[in-house]
Design a binder for this molecule. Structure first.
Ligand code: TYD
Ligand code: MG
Length: 457
């Protein structure tokens, strides 16, 4: 056996140190260092001084001389996943799916394995027994036609032995933190094990052109457990998120070497698995007959997909000395900034009020175009005057109260038009080059917040 040496690894970021440290110099976390055994480097000769026989055969190649090859995409049978991946699964790619426990990662992957017909799929589980997976499979499908094999195994050496025999066309690993490689002596889930197992699977994927899905746990602050380096190693990182108490789940691409990042897929978790939501706007707008105050609808864009989302605000007199500010699905700091704009530029006395903000459907919105709807919802609640549910908003708000233009305004307007909205407020600077006649809804260009308020209230 090779002589082993040990090193200390930060369990948060993967920083390696020869001795134990109380505080990680890389990520500043305390008490995260754990000793792990690592394989001794077989040679101390620098790579560039090795003997000619072992030299790599790759030579520099001019860009124009490199043959371009069409990447082959395999449709997964799941339209939402295909879109998030950028148009299907790329052969030889490694995709990491992270998400909180119980959010539905295993369900999503098993469903994928059972729905991809005419493909030999190997689903490796280190977390559940065959019986448990069978029970889940029965809930998801009534007639599994797929050639899907289940392997409950955690040693990568045994896994590769089985892979050689089965020769699968897709491999799913649930989860990367449960695997262990005999190359490394530390416990499964530790930084060096996770890194080594991922490296082995990566090598396998690239050499055999087999796509691999890895499920990864996330830590309590939302990062994928194990080193950040894991995210650098794989081709695509997807995040499965949502409120466990809501039925909607969102699959978001954080990194994608083969497509646009920040693409979004929406699912609903039912009694029999995850169902694709093809028309998100309809579910994100709550069904209501009467007009209520504190609600405004925003035409946002998540990835390349326009969505109409309801923002709800509640403004009330602060019961305690310090007013409370809380936002779900929206950045609290940004909300505080918008409140300051209202206070300073429009003269609303909000500093003595509690302000609560909620984005419907348990969705997190980062698109700045939601700003205007947030402001309108706050004022609507403050003044207790409702805004018609046939009006929507798409604009960013600047620090001096100016209404700023947002990207892809055409797409937002067409979506609102399609859903039967009658009026949309956009920035005046977005009006240039817009063919108003194309739409049946009224487009109102504004340049200051005051313009919006006088038009509405
Ligand atoms: P799971 O895929 O086990 O989550 P993860 O692998 O991310 O930890 O999902 C488990 C949750 O999903 C559990 O709370 C039950 C729920 N669920 C359904 O509501 N319907 C279903 O058909 C299935 C299979 C699970
Ligand atoms: Mg699971």
């Amino acid at each position: 056996m090779a002589k082993t040496k040990s090193a200390y690894f930060c369990q948060n970021c993967g920083y390696e140190s020869a001795k134990w440290l109380g505080k990680c110099p890389s990520c500043n976390q305390w008490n995260t260092f754990v000793e792990e055994l690592v394989e001794k480097q077989s040679s101390s000769v620098p790579a560039w001084k090795t003997t000619p026989g072992s030299q790599r055969s790759n030579k520099p190649n001019k860009v124009e001389n490199i043959e371009s090859s069409m990447e082959t995409r395999i449709p997964t049978g799941d339209q939402e996943l295909d879109r998030v991946l950028g148009g299907g699964l790329v052969t030889g790619s490694v995709t990491l799916i992270g998400g909180e426990p119980g959010i539905g990662k295993s369900t999503l992957m098993l469903q994928l394995a059972l729905n991809m017909t005419q493909k030999r799929i190997l689903y490796i589980s280190g977390e559940e027994s065959e019986q448990q997976i069978k029970m889940r499979a029965e809930r998801i499908t009534t007639s599994p036609k797929a050639e899907c094999y289940i392997l409950t195994e955690t040693s990568t050496q045994n896994i590769f032995k089985q892979i050689q025999q089965l020769d699968p066309e897709l491999v799913i690993v649930d989860s990367i933190q449960t695997l262990h490689s005999s190359q490394i002596e530390s416990t499964p889930g530790s930084v060096s094990q996770v890194r080594e197992c991922t490296a082995e699977l990566l090598r396998f994927a690239k050499e055999t052109n087999t796509p691999v899905f890895l499920i990864g746990h996330i830590t309590k602050d939302g990062a994928i457990a194990g080193p950040k380096i894991l995210e650098h190693m794989v081709d695509t990182v997807l995040q499965f998120e949502g409120d466990r108490h809501h039925i909607y789940r969102i699959l978001r691409s954080i990194k994608n070497r083969f497509g646009a990042a920040a693409e979004l897929g929406i699912y609903a978790m039912n009694g029999n698995g995850l169902r694709e939501v093809t028309n998100p706007s309809e579910i994100l707008l709550s069904q209501r007959d009467e007009e209520l105050s504190g609600i405004a609808i925003s035409a946002t864009l998540e990835g390349a997909r326009p969505m109409l989302i309801e923002t709800q605000a509640l403004v009330s007199v602060a019961a305690y000395g310090t007013p409370q500010r809380s936002a779900t699905g929206f950045d609290t700091r940004r909300m505080n900034m918008l409140l300051a704009v209202l206070e300073k530029r429009c003269g609303f006395r909000l500093s003595t009020r509690d302000v609560f903000l909620n984005i419907a459907g348990g969705i997190k919105v980062e698109d700045p175009a939601i700003d205007l709807a947030v402001l309108v919802a706050i004022i609507s609640s403050h003044e207790d005057i409702s805004v018609s549910s046939k009006i929507c908003f798409a604009a960013e708000v600047g620090l001096s109260g100016e209404i700023r233009a947002v990207n892809r305004i055409d797409q937002r307007i067409s979506e609102a038009d399609k859903l039967g909205f009658e009026r949309i407020f956009v920035s005046r600077y977005n009006m240039k080059g817009l063919t108003k006649e194309k739409y049946s809804l009224e487009i109102i260009g504004v340049s200051k917040i005051e313009d919006v308020f006088t038009a509405l209230f």
